[in-house]
Design a binder for this molecule. Structure first.
Ligand code: GDP
Length: 474
């Protein structure tokens, strides 16, 4: 499968200054070269020197019609993105032009690339390991500068290095055990627990260090889903806008949101804050409103944090309590012995610029564990306090310097946890003087679990799953 030549448009759909078609595989040069002409001549020019941008026109091979003026780079393996021969054709950035150029390349015998297939090839050819390949996607999708920095570190191989360190430590113990089992005639003494333990414990420490920041790391990548809930007219939409405005960072609207729930991304000290403004979650008879309520309820149910907004300038209403009850029924603000609420609620008492008539004590006695912030979307009062409260909830802003490596992926976290469990089992077995081959089974399992992070021991299913999430042309 790996030897065929693939092609795809590598730039986004839509209109742009330039658009790029990428071709990779052993026939990339010979497929593309016949499509090119010098602007002033009809003959097929020789392939230009490798990695050099060259001005050409490109033709439709069926009709000889000139499709576009292009800059083309022929890049000889192995110093390319995929480690294969690659040709990149830069045309004008119109969707029709690019599709026609691509069609010409396909007509020459290239195959349309699958999502992520260029990066898959870079992985299969050993240029990137799996964690690095995943970092490519994270980098493209990063929503804050911190997220981008973490992805870049992973792409540079910092995570892989640390995972490999832990594996090397394990290998120290594995090699000693296996040598004594495999070559008993060589008089290799059976290693003692004291000899093996330092290797295993070192690996354990390395994994623990990586796992320590992983919840945090995932937040930087996935963001915090924050639903803004409250009865109509308390100022939910105004609050959404205010929170977006105090952030001078990138704010991107999310496609596909409905009129009933609006989702925007603000930047909370590097964590993408997915703010969801909901229509309302109180029961209604109106069928149109019912739909909105359904969507809002779903948003509320899947949120990490709820901002329950009240209007400080009016007395509490039946509807305020209904909203509170609904949230409580979903498990928000539930107290747990000695711990923070699993699904925290932040009470926002809005319209602080007006005379306050709301019964704050009544709210506090209902939402006992919730932080309470008074805001005015009109004057901006309390918005920073609200931001601080959210940041404290998730301990945002703790990513220090450029040196920290944070696990940002659930997949990596899970593999490391599995590795740590096997190491614990190995240590337990050593203590119980279980035969060493059993210890070695657990050590191997831990070694393989960590190998899934870098892809050394990843199954084909896993690879398919990961790369299918990429975009076409990457
Ligand atoms: P929603 O229905 O909860 O989304 O509420 P809106 O954001 O649409 O606001 C309802 C009304 O309250 C609008 O007329 C806003 O201008 C007003 N409002 C929102 N926030 C404040 C505030 O902090 N102070 C005052 N005085 N009015 C506000």
């Amino acid at each position: 499968m790996q030897n065929d030549t693939i092609a795809a448009i590598a730039t986004p759909q839509g209109v742009g200054g330039v658009g790029i078609i990428r071709v990779s595989g052993s026939d990339a040069f010979s497929l593309v070269a016949p499509l090119l002409r010098r602007p002033s001549r009809e003959d097929i020019p020789p392939v230009p020197p490798t990695h050099q941008l060259t001005y050409r026109v490109i033709i439709d091979p069926a009709t000889q019609e000139i499709l576009d003026e292009v800059l083309v780079a022929f890049m000889r393996a192995p110093h390319t993105y995929t480690c294969e021969d690659v040709v990149e054709i830069q045309g004008h950035g119109g969707p029709l032009i690019l599709r026609r150029i691509l069609r010409s390349v396909l007509a020459q015998g290239a195959r349309m690339a699958n999502p992520g297939e260029f990066t898959l090839r870079a992985f299969l050819n050993g240029r990137l390991d799996l964690a690095q390949a995943e970092a490519v996607m994270d980098l493209i999708g990063s929503q804050t500068e911190v997220g981008q920095r973490l992805a870049m570190q992973q792409l540079r191989g910092k995570l892989s290095d640390q995972v490999e360190h832990a594996r090397t430590s394990m290998l120290g113990a594995i090699a000693r055990i296996e040598a004594s089992i495999d070559f008993p005639e060589d008089d290799i003494p059976t290693p003692q627990a004291e000899e093996l333990l330092p290797f295993i414990e070192e690996a354990q420490r390395q994994i623990a260090r990586l796992l320590a920041g992983s919840e945090q790391g995932r937040l930087y990548r996935q963001g915090l889903r924050t639903a803004i809930i409250g009865r109509p007219n308390v100022g939910k939409s105004s609050l959404l806008n205010a929170l977006l405005r105090i952030e001078r960072a990138i704010v991107t609207p999310i496609a596909g949101t409905t009129r009933d729930t609006v989702e925007e991304i603000a930047n909370l000290r590097g964590i993408p804050l997915h703010l969801i403004d909901t229509a309302g979650i109180t029961p209604t008879q109106d069928p149109v409103e019912q739909l909105g309520v359904q969507r809002s309820r779903l948003a509320a149910e899947t949120a990490d944090v709820i901002l329950h907004v009240f209007d400080g300038a009016t007395a509490l209403t039946e509807q305020d309590w209904q909203v509170a009850q609904e949230l409580r029924a979903m498990g928000y603000g539930e107290k747990r012995e000695g711990q923070a609420a699993r699904r925290p609620v932040v009470v926002v008492i809005n319209k602080a610029d007006c005379e306050q008539v709301i019964d704050v004590a009544a709210i506090q006695s209902f939402w006992q564990d919730a932080s309470l912030v008074q805001t005015s979307t009109l004057t901006g009062e309390g918005l920073e306090a609200l931001e601080n409260t959210l940041a404290e909830l998730v301990q945002a802003g703790n990513v220090s310097g450029n040196e920290s490596v944070l696990i940002t992926s659930a997949r990596h976290q899970e593999a490391l946890r599995r590795g740590a469990e096997h190491l614990n089992a190995a240590i337990l077995s050593l203590g119980q003087k279980v035969p060493l081959d059993f210890v070695s089974i657990d050590l191997r399992a831990a070694y393989d679990a960590l190998g899934e992070v870098t892809g050394e021991t990843a199954s084909e299913d896993l690879l398919d799953r990961i790369f299918s999430e990429f975009c076409i042309g990457k």
